[in-house]
Design a protein around this ligand. Structure first.
Ligand code: C2G
Length: 712
């Protein structure tokens, strides 16, 4: 038996590698595979339909099988299909789909399967992928071909015709496949089933996470999409019922989500096209398959009552949204923001500050603010507002404080003339005319960021797209060194000319002439015994370990029972990342030599009072290096973090100014003889500081304020 696998490719190597690897991994005793990769022209693409037709033309197998270059299949998929087909020639067999956002291999393969979405045996007319198609359907006089005039929907007419001729589709059960081992799916009365051998049969449909650079067809925003959809419905012949289902699902799925703007020409056209498509659907099918608002919307549209359908769909979405977005409690505030506050004029001299989502008064925003209030030439000209939700924040100067998502928050967000933020602003924020946005960011990156990451393991699969949109409104982005500037340009796809490579305002305090007095006061406030050296433990977060977006889990990897041996010499400060939702538990005995400073406002002050830093992949060590004090890297999950979760911008083993330690014993050993660590890393430390800390000198806030806002 010979099978031709047809792979159209436009998306580039990153996806194709996995696709090819999954073909290479097929166990195919007695089956000959012919792999046909049809490269489309990047500059003037002919489209997926043309590529598949070319593939069909070239195919010489007894069967053809379509695989997209960004997808992959389980190791025994082809064998399972072939076995099924050889039992029952002429019938159509298909793999079941599983949606995934991860690459094929990797340490997380097993963990991942829980987050993937199985579509099971339900397959309609929307896709030709993963089906073993006997050559008789694609060769000879009545050979099926794709309609090349269709850019987005060429699968459907092909499928309706194919289904009509073959009399249906048999989907192999792939639900028990786990990709890491051969699954135990019994495909019924097949050779495999008889011999007791088990096979897995899954088509992994990979959702792309980079709709900016490598959009999938479904991710391309095109106002003419619906016109093609309506035209396609007219072209599709053959299997009527699955087509009708598809049309209804497609339209109801979209109309019961998203926005329904009034008076927009393209949207009115969209509705008319949807109405056009629904002409191919029987009323009876809508009435039996749909209830409530979706049913009414479909029936009204079908009658051509586009206005009524739009109003109903809008109402339906609004009702559902009330429970979403910010939760019903905040929805009304957002409405006031939209309808009232945003209509009031922008106040040019109203400066809004926010650090770490309002969780703290610190970082570069604090340094910029303190520089501004100390150097104002025209007091009272400017107004300052802090978004803050931290009871311990003691913000000096003439300012107002607002809680995140309070009514006053919305008021100031709507009216401010300048917003200084060290993270991304909310995705719903639309910058108004004349508003200036200063993005200070929050660290020199070791771990890869946004577009430099392959898979996104964090809670939000839309991460890259959202980040891209949000960062487009930034007028300036602060960078601490040339290395960060390069990284921001590639990771954020951010224009270099808007980057202020002027050093980090947040590090000014590390150069303050009062830093020792300040440190003594902070130590006293925290109750740290005068005769103890301080170890600051400040690790970062783990992308794959979460409750939800911005809510990450954390279990203390540092063994405090072991560290207790050092309690006569050291006092430990624990500092979790601001994304960590879990609270550390310390009993009274531990509190004698350990303090939890996770909610402490400004980590810069903790740098000042500590003698040693322990971190992992967090950017904290770039800042801490300004102090020239020893740094240990406790990287218990080094390989997973480097190879799967994130990846690094440089080789950590050779590039960081301290030892990589993998166990608590090693951490203990290093702390016991910290002098030896300092001596061993002295040269590396010096080179590191020159490269990453060269711009920090205590005056970065001044430079940044002048560059962004001019003289005060
Ligand atoms: N931070 C903190 N406490 C920690 C970890 C981080 O206060 N335990 C603060 C530090 O100011 C640090 C910043 O949060 O510089 C960013 O933290 P990272 O651990 O570096 O992680 P992330 O928030 O993902 O930032 O480009 C910057 C980073 O690489 C990405």
């Amino acid at each position: 038996m010979k099978i031709s696998i047809i792979v159209p490719n436009l998306s580039g190597e990153i996806y194709l590698q996995d696709c090819k690897a999954s073909i290479d991994a097929q166990s195919v005793d007695g089956i000959e595979l012919e792999v046909i990769i049809e490269e489309d022209d990047k500059n003037s693409p002919k489209g997926v339909a043309a590529m598949r037709n070319q593939g069909l033309q070239a195919a010489s197998g007894d069967f053809v099988f379509f695989l997209d270059s960004d997808d992959y299949i389980s190791d025994n998929a082809i064998k399972a299909l072939a076995q099924a087909a050889s039992q029952d020639p002429g019938k159509l067999y298909a793999l079941s789909f599983r949606k995934t956002r991860y690459k094929r291999d990797g340490e997380l393969a097993e963990e991942k399967s829980g987050k993937e979405q199985e579509t099971g045996n339900e397959r309609g007319v929307e896709s030709v992928l993963g089906i073993l198609i006997p050559a008789e359907y694609v060769q000879g006089k009545d050979a099926l071909r794709f309609d090349e005039s269709l850019k987005y929907y060429s699968d459907i007419p092909f499928m309706t015709a194919l289904l009509a001729r073959a009399g249906g589709l048999n989907v192999l059960d792939g639900s028990r496949d786990d990709r890491t081992s051969i699954g135990n799916t019994d495909i019924g009365n097949t050779a495999a089933g008889d011999s007791g051998e088990t096979v897995n049969c899954v088509y992994y449909k990979r959702s792309r996470n980079d709709a900016i650079r490598y959009p999938a067809l479904s991710q391309i925003k095109d106002k003419d999409r619906y016109a093609e959809f309506a035209r396609m419905c007219g072209l599709a012949e053959g299997a009527k019922e699955p087509l009708q289902h598809y049309i209804c699902e497609y339209i109801s799925g979209r109309l019961t989500k998203g926005k329904h703007p009034e008076g927009l020409e393209w949207y009115e056209k969209t509705l008319q096209n949807a109405a056009e498509a629904l002409k191919y659907v029987d009323d009876a099918l809508i009435k039996t398959e749909y209830n409530g608002a979706p049913r009414k919307v479909l029936l009204r549209l079908k009658k051509g009552k586009t206005g009524a359908a739009r109003r109903l769909a809008k109402l339906y979405v609004m009702n559902r949204k009330k429970k979403g977005l910010f939760g019903s409690a905040s929805q009304w505030k957002w409405n006031i923001y939209k309808r009232i506050f945003r209509k009031l004029p922008v106040k040019k001299d109203l400066f809004l500050f926010e650090s770490f989502l309002g969780k703290s008064y610190g970082d570069s925003c604090r340094a910029i603010y303190e520089y501004m209030i100390a150097n104002e030439q025209q007091p009272k000209k400017r107004k300052f507002v802090w978004i803050i939700d931290n009871k311990d924040a003691q913000i000096p100067g003439r300012h107002k404080e607002v809680k995140p998502l309070s009514l006053r928050y919305f008021y100031y967000v709507a009216r401010c003339g300048a917003w200084i933020n060290n993270m991304r602003q909310p995705a719903w924020y639309e910058k108004r005319e004349g508003v200036r946005f200063l993005e200070t960011w929050h660290g020199t990156p070791l771990k890869k960021l946004v577009f430099d990451m392959d898979d996104v393991h964090s809670a939000s699969p839309e991460y890259k797209m959202t980040f891209y949109k949000q960062s487009r409104i930034w007028d300036w982005l602060v960078s601490d060194n040339r290395f960060s500037t390069d990284a921001f340009e590639s990771a954020f796809l951010f224009p270099r000319k808007k980057i202020l490579e002027l050093g980090y305002p947040r590090n000014d305090l590390l150069y303050g002439s009062d830093r020792d007095e300040r440190a003594a006061k902070i130590r006293e406030k925290l109750g740290i015994p005068k005769d103890k050296k301080v170890v600051l433990y400040a690790p970062t977060w783990r992308d794959d370990d979460y409750y939800g977006p911005g809510q990450y889990k954390f279990e203390l990897p540092l063994d405090l029972n072991m560290m207790e041996q050092l309690k006569d010499e050291y006092f430990f400060i624990l500092r979790t990342h601001y994304f960590i939702a879990d609270h550390l538990q310390l009993d009274d005995a531990k509190k004698q030599f350990v303090a939890d400073c996770s909610r402490y406002n400004d980590i810069g002050e903790l740098y000042l009072i500590s003698d040693v830093l322990i971190t992992d992949y967090s950017s904290v060590f770039f800042d801490y290096a300004n102090l020239g004090r020893p740094i240990l890297f406790y990287v218990y999950d080094f390989e997973k973090y480097r190879d799967t979760l994130r990846g690094f911008y440089f080789d950590m083993e050779s590039g960081v100014p301290g030892p990589l330690l993998f166990t608590n014993e090693e951490v203990l050993g290093a702390l016991k003889d910290i002098g030896a660590v300092e001596r061993e890393y002295a040269d590396k430390y010096k080179a590191f500081r020159e490269k990453f800390c060269g711009l920090d000198d205590g005056h970065a806030a001044e430079r940044v304020v002048k560059a962004a806002f001019g003289d005060l």
